[in-house]
Design a protein around this ligand. Structure first.
Ligand code: ZN
Length: 150
């Protein structure tokens, strides 16, 4: 999954703010738990603090009982990448955007193959929807394919 490849570029700063060692995988449970719990976010420099608050607000806010280990953060991250692509950003621009906004590092090559896989998945959805006679789903899938693959 693409979220597994996302890394915090400034993990050392986050470790200092948490007071213990953290893995660099941005969506690693230890990091998600630290951000909503033990991390002293106020002790971070302003730039990093804003990135972590942004990460929290966009990916970690949900009402699930087992939040943040409910799968929502990873799902929201996937949606964010697809939305950035549909806004017209290419894989390199998406890489830069994720780094600026969240301090999250994701190789442009990984983003590119994720987008290609998404198109293949949508094409499969489209074929199945077509067989099942679900016209709306066919149109919706085609629309997303067009926006991602352009
Ligand atoms: Zn949730």
């Amino acid at each position: 999954m693409i979220a597994d490849r996302a890394r915090f570029r400034y993990i050392k700063k986050l470790q200092r703010a948490a007071g213990y060692r953290l893995p660099d995988g941005a969506f690693h449970p230890a990091n998600l738990e630290a951000i909503i719990g033990s991390m002293n976010i106020d002790s971070l420099d302003i730039g990093t603090r804003n990135q972590i608050l942004h990460f929290y607000k966009n990916f970690l806010e949900c009402n699930c009982r087992d939040s943040p280990l409910c799968g929502c953060p990873e799902r929201k991250f996937v949606i964010e990448i697809l939305e950035l692509r549909e806004m017209g950003l290419n894989h390199k621009e998406i890489h830069n955007r994720l780094l600026d906004e969240y301090g999250v590092d994701l190789f442009p090559g990984d983003i590119l193959s994720f987008l290609e896989n998404s198109v293949h998945l949508l094409e499969a959805v489209c074929r199945v929807a077509d067989i099942a006679g679900k016209k709306e789903l066919v149109e919706l899938s085609n629309e997303h394919i067009r926006q991602i693959a352009r």
